[in-house]
Design a binder for this molecule. Structure first.
Ligand code: UDP
Length: 426
């Protein structure tokens, strides 16, 4: 495994955004966790929301006196092929795995486990890829937490039966949304903790409008004309083809409109290139579509200047891209699924949609009602400020870490398996 180097961060810098109460609560919580050793393990250092979160939150643990580190497991192309299909099956796709594929999964996890050189109080393992490490390194940590970022509410039966054994015995599991908890999950404790964005990373800091316009223009978008965007990995669950279908409908009423599909590739997602080619083929011959890749962190100007941001996902763990867009005051039209429902609600942030037609109708409405478009964007930003900024996520994680170590602090965020009432966003 590789340890990721991190830039230090100061909690004080967040105070003006999240308020004194939360910051003081964090100092109080951390008093009991001084010197506690916490390792986070995931499968990629770049691309996708998990890497995004770890890069910000681990330095905040450190600034509070917690001895935290971030490790990325080594993978191989065949391993990531298997784990991406596993990810798809856990989100409900029909997939079968051969004994050889399971063996490959286990052997990579065993090798990763063997490379853990230290002992920890708590190890937090993110998503399915490294989930089996716990079986091979149990004694390396006093407590193990599985942080599941995907929707496992309706997993493919056989895959889930096998995977259920893999995560059985974790001391706690964290899901973003109460409904995501897989049936029959065998862990001691379940916590519901939605993710968050870091308002102080360059991708979320206010940017000069002229600079933003120049940047967008340099990527072939005409900034004198309106544009909408979807900013996502090239992944079937994000429904980029549905976005293109929606844009074709919109073009009939808004001939000036442009579409930006801005996407990146995650190291642990080998499907990306295939979907990218499908997107290119679907966009072929449709005027005013820009497909942009490789910008990584420069999503800010696109999120800021889009009239509307789309996130037409058909499954979505949370959708940090939506949080990021709302934080810039841009309204979002998003699939009516998963974590997107936490971010957008009646009169807040934009609209949730169930089809291409509905998506086109809602975007059309926003393009034609400027005042309402701006009001929805403003309400979305405030919703993000109060619920989905990094210090709140830190507070919820520290509470859980205190709980699993037998040091309960603050008010509880956890629920027993099956109790879907606890949503700790407040
Ligand atoms: N992202 C990026 N460049 C891109 C596309 C996405 O930096 O071209 C970032 C995006 O800003 C967000 C993360 O990747 O922070 C995606 O997280 P999300 O939760 O939306 O989706 P995931 O990829 O984890 O399913």
């Amino acid at each position: 495994m590789k340890q990721i180097d991190l830039e230090p961060r100061s909690l004080e810098d967040y105070r003006p955004l999240v308020g004194d109460r939360l910051v003081e609560e964090l100092y109080a919580q951390s008093a009991q966790l001084q010197g506690v050793r916490v390792a986070h393990i995931n499968a990629t250092a770049a691309g996708g929301g998990v890497a995004e979160i770890l890069r910000s939150i681990v330095p905040l643990y450190q600034t509070l006196g917690i001895d935290a580190s971030w490790w990325v497991m080594d993978g191989s192309e065949p391993f990531f092929q298997v784990t991406k299909q596993m990810h798809n099956a856990l989100q409900g796709a029909e997939r079968e795995f051969s004994p050889e594929q399971w063996a490959l999964y286990q052997s990579h996890n065993e090798a990763a486990a063997a490379s853990i050189a230290d002992d920890y109080d708590v190890i937090v393992v993110h998503d399915p890829q490294p989930a089996a490490i716990m079986r091979y390194a149990r004694l390396r940590a006093r407590r193990w937490v599985w942080r599941c970022h995907i929707d496992t509410s309706r997993p493919h039966g056989r895959t889930w039966s096998a995977f259920r054994e893999t995560v059985a015995g974790y001391d706690a599991a964290i899901f973003s949304v109460a409904d995501f908890v897989a049936p029959g999950l065998d862990v001691s404790q379940v916590a519901i903790i939605p993710p968050a964005i870091d308002p102080l990373t360059p991708k979320n800091l206010p940017m000069d409008v002229d600079e933003a316009r120049a940047f967008v223009a340099s990527h072939g978008v005409d900034v004198e004309r309106p544009f909408i965007s979807q900013i996502s990995r090239f992944d079937p669950w994000k429904d980029p083809l549905g976005v293109i279908a929606c844009f074709k409908r919109l073009k009939q009423r808004h001939p000036d409109l442009q579409l930006v599909l801005l996407g990146n590739f995650a190291d642990d997602d080998p499907e990306g290139q295939v979907i990218f080619e499908q997107v290119r083929a679907a966009a072929d011959g449709v005027p005013d579509i820009s497909i942009i890749t490789g910008l990584s962190d420069m999503v800010n100007p696109f999120q800021m200047l889009s009239r509307v941001v789309l996130q037409k996902s058909i499954r979505e763990g949370f959708g940090l891209t939506v949080t990021e867009a709302l934080w810039k005051g841009t309204p979002v039209v998003a699939g009516n699924v998963g974590g997107l429902r936490l971010q957008i609600a009646e009169g807040i942030g934009g609209f949730l949609v169930d089809s291409v037609d509905e998506c086109a109708a809602r975007v059309d409405y926003l393009l034609s009602h400027d005042e309402e478009r701006q009001a929805l964007g403003a309400s979305g930003r405030e919703h993000v400020r109060t619920h989905f900024l990094m210090p709140r996520l830190l507070r919820d994680e520290l509470k859980l870490i205190g709980e699993v170590l037998g040091l309960p602090i603050g008010f509880p965020v956890s629920a027993r398996p099956g109790d879907t009432s606890a949503l700790a966003a407040g």
